[in-house]
Every structure is written in structure tokens, then in C-alpha cells.
Design a protein. Sequence first.
Length: 108
Amino acid sequence: MPITTETPNGKASSADLSAQVETLRKDLADLTNIIADLGKAKGEDAISAAKSSANAARDKVVDHAETARLQAMELQDQANSFVKNQPAAALGIAAGIGFLIGMLGSRK
């Protein structure tokens, strides 16, 4: 608790009040700096967390894309094997699909 010296009439002198006001200004400036530093630290933490989440999401997307690419290649290999082993059935299926697409396309 600040100590004030009082004048004989019981009131604090203007010099004492000025000193107390200056002390309060310094304290407010210190608090403002502390709060600003805390805000910067929290902001940096949030940016770091967001970057980590973005990197993890990107890695997952890359993994899923690679898995999908491998599955597509496998399906293509299966389709090529089917066409080589059963060319008549593959031709019939292709003709049937073409016929259906033609029917659907000609309807208005």
C-alpha cells in the first residue's frame, strides 16, 4: 500500500499525487506489455497448431490418393485380364452398355 505524506491540513501534496500517478502509469505500461506478450505467444501457439493440423491432413490426403491410385491400377489390370481371357463376354458387355447409353441419350 503506497505511503503518502500529508500536509498539515490533512491532504496529500501534489508532488506525492504526481509520483503515485506516474507509478500507476508505469504499472499500466508493464501490464500492457505483459498482456501483449501473452497474446503473441498464444497466437504463435495457435499458428503452430494450425500448421500441424494442416500437415497431418495433407499427409492423410496423400495416403488416400496413393491408395486410390493403387486400387484403380488393380481394377484396370483385372479388366485387362478379363478382356484377354473372355473377349466375347467383354464385347457383349461393351455392346450392352453402349446400347443403354444410346437409349438414355436419345430420350428427350
